[in-house]
Ligand binder design. Sequence first.
Ligand code: NAD
Length: 329
Amino acid sequence: MSKKKILVAGGGGFIGGHLVKQLLSEGHEVRSVDIKPVAEWYQVSDGVENVVADLKLKDACDAACDGVSDVYNLAADMGGMGFIENNKALCMLSVLINTHLLQSALASKCDRLFYASSACVYNADKQKCEDVVPLKEEDAYPAMPEDGYGWEKLFSERMCRHFREDFGLYTRVARFHNVYGPYGTWDGGREKAPAAVIRKVIHAKETGNHEMEIWGDGKQTRSFMYIDDCVKGIRMIMDSDVIEPINLGSDELTTINGLVDIVENIAGIKVERNYNLSAPKGVNGRNSDNTLITKLLGWAPGIKLSDGMARTYEWILGEYHKTHAAQTA
Ligand code: NAD
């Protein structure tokens, strides 16, 4: 495989940070760009050109794309349900990132661009009950995605398609279904369910107050993909001839209550669950139909939810202790 110079947009974030590591391990030269100060990046790898810039700005995208052959766009202003339900305008402004990156990639004659879309593009009518039929790629239309965040993702998917059709830019799009793992957001309001549940159970164990709040009735169903499976899938999709958006997610369905059971087992405690029915909870049910990605790429998630959650628990426990040690120092 030839050595390339590659841009990871959003490299200071969760998935971007892991992707940078993967690309380095393949021998590529990496430029990682994020709006956050480097001190706040989840992972900072040696030998990477780390750049702090706001990729909503065209000039910043021009500089980021200069001299690179491949662009991975993992940059977005996003978070879990608590964030996206209350920050729809901010989520939609991420359209500027993808728009300008597409224009800059084209102008810089980059060979390829990968775009991180989401299962939030899927039609809400198909996700009304917990006993959900897994979502196939065609279920995004007729369009009725998650308000704000999902509309931006669907629009940006289409822009990737039209840059490919009209300008010949090689674009690839994956629809991620809930990704979790170490080195990601675990507190502060942008965290997603797996990290939030782990943090709450750790807090219950450490404080001896064995109670926790759950958003919704706990019966909502989801699937969660471990980060290593996600990064492997991103690389396979980028290298493939799959030109339409494709699901990249686990099809191991669980309820939120089931997720709490897993974390209780890891922690070795039981918690009293207080259900907050007015908190943001998203759709009632969502799962990934992996027929297409299995058939076209032979990709399937390799890490069971209980194993991935155990690894994530260990990392969040370390972060929890660091934070509390700093607060009490
Ligand atoms: P993340 O928040 O950890 O990473 C996104 C990064 O983008 C952050 O570090 C953020 O600072 C950066 N960013 C935001 N605005 C920017 C800007 N204007 N310029 C430069 N950088 C900017 O999120 P993540 O979980 O790593 O998600 C990566 C991508 O995958 C996003 O596009 C997200 O929408 C998509 N996605 C993630 C999940 C998931 O479960 N994590 C699910 C579906 C889709």
